[in-house]
Design a protein around this ligand. Structure first.
Ligand code: DP6
Length: 321
């Protein structure tokens, strides 16, 4: 038996990935830039075990569904092919935040799974190679291999700035503990198929992305966050027009809070992903002015405060006879 444990953190895209290039390999149609978050994590142990005849996945203490297990098996098959293994694996994964509700659990999940599987199989791959493996399962997962601010451009994920480049805090406004209704994969394919604004999104996204990257590298927090809100609104606008709606009343109430804070001169910006949680982007120095207003917003159940953090790493690995 060979096993390894890896930990990875979710990431929140500042400039969004929404839509895929035609063809195989799960390659994003637009470049994106994210921040990897400390304080939220997925811990995954992979054990290649000669005694079992099928991959088995336990997620947060429960056996995963056949669909979820099949997605993990696809990644494990790629690792087995590269390592010349045929052994099936036991995978035990836990998140310390709500799963599948737009909190990027697939990003940290596939990043931790890819790293643990590669190491358990005895492969000495570097982070870019592990990121490429994770990207095939979930493109945003490629970004969680790295810490700080991370770009995903086509097939390549790379860190662009360390966690301290800007003094950013992310206030994750949790609006439900439930699962999201439509996966990002389905949401993006519906958007590409049906939205009259998808072409406009494909044109706007790279412009927003490169301006945001420039603002970040100039350590301009306000400009970077303003562009992050612009990216999120453009992405959701294109999805809305395809009848793909992730926001709830609580999301919109929190968005109104953020915008009224900004109108009163407080630096607060919003971003949303494929789920109803709003993430408020704020300078560390402004957290005490922003958090109480969001806590009072109807429908916001609780707030998770996160800061830029580290990339995925191995916690332990071992080989037993
Ligand atoms: C809205 O990475 O979950 O969070 O590659 O199909 O697994 P797949 O999609 P996924 O999409 C993430 C979409 C997003 C924006 C982002 O993280 O860039």
């Amino acid at each position: 038996m060979r096993s390894a444990i890896a930990i990875a953190h979710p990431n929140i895209a500042l400039s969004k990935y929404w839509g895929k290039r035609a063809g195989v390999g799960n390659v994003p149609a637009v470049p994106s830039l994210s921040v990897t978050l400390a304080g939220l994590s997925t811990r995954t142990e992979v054990t290649f075990d000669d005694e079992i005849s099928a991959d088995a996945l336990t997620l947060n203490g429960h056996a995963a569904s056949a669909t979820v297990t099949a997605r993990a098996s696809e990644l494990l098959d790629r690792v087995r092919a590269a390592a010349g293994l045929s052994t099936r694996a036991r995978v035990v994964s836990t998140n310390d935040f709500p799963t599948a509700s737009g909190l990027a659990s697939s990003a940290s999940g596939f990043a931790a799974l890819a790293l643990a599987a590669v190491r358990a199989a005895g492969l000495d791959w570097d982070a870019p190679r592990v990121a490429a493996l994770a990207r095939q399962s979930s493109a945003s997962a490629a970004r969680s291999l790295f810490g700080g601010f991370v770009e995903l451009d086509g097939e390549i994920a790379r860190p662009v700035a360390g966690p301290d480049r800007i003094d950013l805090r992310v206030l994750v406004c949790v609006t439900t503990e439930g699962e999201k209704s439509i996966s990002s994969r389905d949401g993006m394919s519906e958007t590409a198929r049906k939205s009259p604004y998808y072409a406009a999104w494909l044109e706007a996204a790279p412009r927003i992305h490169f301006a945001l990257k420039e603002a970040l590298l100039a350590s301009d927090l306000a400009r970077a966050c303003e562009l992050a809100e612009e990216s999120a609104l453009a992405m959701h606008a294109s999805a809305f027009a395809a009848n793909v709606i992730y926001v709830s009343g609580a999301t919109l109430a929190a968005l109104a809070t953020v915008r009224s804070l900004r109108a009163s001169g407080v630096g607060a910006w919003a971003t949303m992903d494929a789920g109803p949680h709003l993430k408020c982007l704020v300078a560390a120095a402004d957290v005490d002015r922003v958090k109480p207003a969001l806590e009072k917003t109807e429908g916001v159940l609780r707030i998770i405060e996160a800061r830029p953090g580290e990339g995925a790493r191995v916690l332990g690995q071992g080989a037993e006879a």
